[in-house]
Design a protein around this ligand. Structure first.
Ligand code: NAD
Ligand code: ZN
Length: 367
């Protein structure tokens, strides 16, 4: 039986996240229960080739007709051109209010299809069927949708909550080892933010998450529960939702400095380095024990993730270059930076007003 996480929102809105192996083949009744007669599946070429036909068959068995819009895989599709392609594709399928837009894929497809659904005909209901580990534990939950602009990532977007999330944990079996590790960085993140017991559990059980044992379902459910709790309390990121950015201020800077070139660095790798840096920086500031920082880096390294700036292929420039790249982040204002720092494992907090010079000195020592 699938695990279910219920996500209550303001104004009586709510949705369920269902987690389990085989949910793509069992999707029909769950989507039919939303009362729609037609669905439009948005996917990318990789995921579509593996799962779109099976999803379509399952919907068909429950009396739901569906069409498919397929985009190229990769971050490049989260663009004005990709958005136009998806909207035009959905309109060609005659998608109307009352139909369902179904995002079948990783975070790229989820963000893109979600944004198209938010804006097409001023809003069409949408369902997430996340297929990457990252999408199952992070991007499919919370209602943030959007695309990139030439001047920066995720600059165009909307909050549009899904009506249902179906996380088929068996679909993750076909994910590449590297994407698996990158998604795992976000799993470990939840323990580091506020749940030391979950981090202990990850240290003991991470291999089961990778191999597709029952640990994977348990971990996805735990992460969705943690993210859903934060989103329920702070849907629009006015406050504590920022904790989810642990490791991301450094991580985003590294992604920017490597030109968002997935061949060099993928998001989760940047986050892994960023989390290790956040803990070492916290230790240097005397906020947390050096032992905790060591434990974080050791665990991420054991799972095959990078934890040092030197690990960035092709390098990432000097301390000033990293600071400049961080200063473009929307969480950074004037000479003071907002960081997520930690008093220990599972004890992260929002630290506004971190001195730029302090960060610079730290980065110089790290390099
Ligand atoms: P992705 O969607 O590009 O997927 C990674 C790769 O794996 C792609 O090549 C994809 O085709 C492939 N893939 C996905 N599922 C597969 C499967 N089951 N089998 C085989 N291949 C599969 O990247 P991602 O890491 O899933 O998501 C990254 C995106 O998510 C970024 O654009 C990021 O901005 C966004 N994101 C959004 C939020 C949010 O709250 N909306 C949160 C975090 C990240
Ligand atoms: Zn992330």
């Amino acid at each position: 039986d699938p695990l279910t996480v219920h996500v209550p929102l303001d104004g009586g809105r709510a949705y369920d996240i269902m987690i389990g192996r085989g949910l793509i083949d069992a999707a029909g009744p769950h989507m039919a229960a939303l009362g729609a007669r037609r669905a439009a599946i948005v996917t990318d070429e990789n995921v579509g080739a593996l799962y779109a036909g099976r999803l379509q068959d399952s919907l068909g068995r429950s009396g739901l007709n569906s069409g498919i819009v397929t985009v190229a895989p990769g971050e490049g599709s989260k663009s004005y051109a990709g958005y136009a392609q998806v909207c035009d594709g959905l309109l060609a399928l005659k998608v109307e209010r009352g139909d369902l837009v179904v995002a079948l894929g990783g975070g790229v497809v989820g963000d893109l299809a979600g944004f198209a659904a938010a804006t097409l005909r001023r809003g069409v209901r949408f369902v997430q069927v996340p297929t990457s580990l990252l999408a199952q534990v992070d991007s499919s939950v919370g209602g943030k949708t959007g695309i990139n602009a030439p001047l920066g990532k995720n600059l165009i977007g909307a909050f549009h909550q899904p009506r249902l999330v179906l996380a088929d944990t068996a679909a993750v079996d076909t994910l590449s080892e590297r994407e698996m590790r990158a998604g795992y960085a976000e799993v470990a993140k939840y323990g580091l933010i506020a749940d030391p017991g979950f981090f202990d559990w990850c240290e003991a059980h991470w291999r089961g998450i990778f191999s597709g044992g029952p640990e994977r379902d348990a971990a996805v459910a735990a992460c969705c529960r943690a993210k859903a709790a934060v989103v329920t309390r702070d849907e629009r990121e006015d406050g504590e939702r920022a904790l989810l950015n642990l490791g991301h201020t450094f991580g985003h800077a590294l992604e920017r400095l490597t030109g968002y070139d997935a061949a060099r660095l993928v998001h989760g790798e940047g986050v892994a380095i960023g989390m290790a840096l956040a803990f070492r920086f916290s230790a240097r500031l005397g906020l947390c024990a050096g032992q905790d920082a060591g434990r974080v880096a050791n665990h991420l390294a054991l799972a095959g993730l990078p934890t040092r700036l030197q690990a960035v292929p092709g390098g990432c420039g000097d301390a000033d270059a990293i600071l400049d790249a961080m200063a473009q982040d929307k969480k950074v204002r004037d000479g003071a930076l907002t960081f997520i720092l930690a008093r220990g494992i599972g004890q992260s907090f929002i630290a506004p007003g971190v001195d730029r010079a302090e960060v610079a000195a730290f980065l110089r020592d790290e390099l």
